[in-house]
Write a protein that binds this ligand. Structure first.
Ligand SMILES: [Zn+2]
Length: 235
């Protein structure tokens, strides 16, 4: 299967990366789509030029993708000012088609960041539209609607976790990969007092405790036509 992360920013894959690594080991292919350019993610350096910031974010995400032999598609919309427009929809429909998505991970619909919520809505529309021949893009329509799983938001939101994946054996590799986002590890420390290692371990240990393993990632399916499957797709 083709497993795709569709997130607003470069590093938002931190809530599904362990599961994606586990998918890869069972023979799935991986792809990562970021909708914005991530150019405002520099709380540690507010005066950095937008172009330079976007280039750093792109290079960090590209390095992570190269390390796991995954495709990377960066739609490059303006960070923190993402809107649902016809052009963005067409670009995302094409990204979903060109990656031949079978399973999509994306943001939950309640979140502290408006870009995350917008991406959730975009995926809801575009995954369905990716199957429609009446909407033409460079790649052919998908034959079947992809399964869609929502990742846990950061912050005080009630997340109705229904699907748990034991990623204990993948935790260290996941953290090492996330360290490719060096600029964001620094930004997270500055903003939250904790980098990827602590932010991931804390939540994964909590979810692991619920299902009897050391580290787990938790998801809930998007309640959308075609996105909920009657068979198991997660490892
Ligand atoms: Zn984000």
């Amino acid at each position: 299967m083709h497993i795709i992360s569709i997130m607003a920013h470069q590093d938002d894959e931190m809530r599904c990366l362990g599961t994606m690594l586990k998918c890869r080991d069972r023979g799935d292919s991986l792809a990562f789509v970021t909708v914005t350019d991530g150019s405002l993610g520099f709380v540690q350096n507010p005066s950095i030029a937008r172009e330079e910031a976007a280039a750093i974010r792109h290079a960090e995400m590209s390095a992570l993708c190269a390390a796991v032999d995954a495709d990377y598609i960066n739609l490059g919309e303006q960070d923190e000012f993402l809107y649902d427009t016809p052009a963005v929809r067409l670009a995302l429909i094409e990204a979903i088609r060109s990656t031949r998505a079978d399973v999509i991970f994306t943001h939950y619909h309640e979140d502290y960041n408006a870009d995350h919520v917008t991406v959730n809505q975009l995926v809801r529309h575009c995954a369905m539209q990716a199957c429609l021949p009446v909407i033409a893009t460079a790649s052919p329509p998908l034959a079947a609607h992809p399964a869609i799983f929502l990742v846990e938001p950061l912050g005080p939101f009630t997340f109705p976790a229904t699907h748990f994946v034991d990623i204990t054996a993948y935790h260290d590799q996941k953290i090492a990969l996330l360290k490719h986002h060096a600029s964001q590890d620094e930004a997270l420390f500055q903003a939250l007092g904790a980098g990827f290692e602590r932010l991931c371990a804390r939540l994964e240990a909590y979810r692991g405790e619920q299902v009897g393993c050391e580290y787990a990632e938790a998801f809930t399916p998007m309640q959308a036509r075609g996105a909920v499957k009657g068979y198991s797709v997660l490892p």
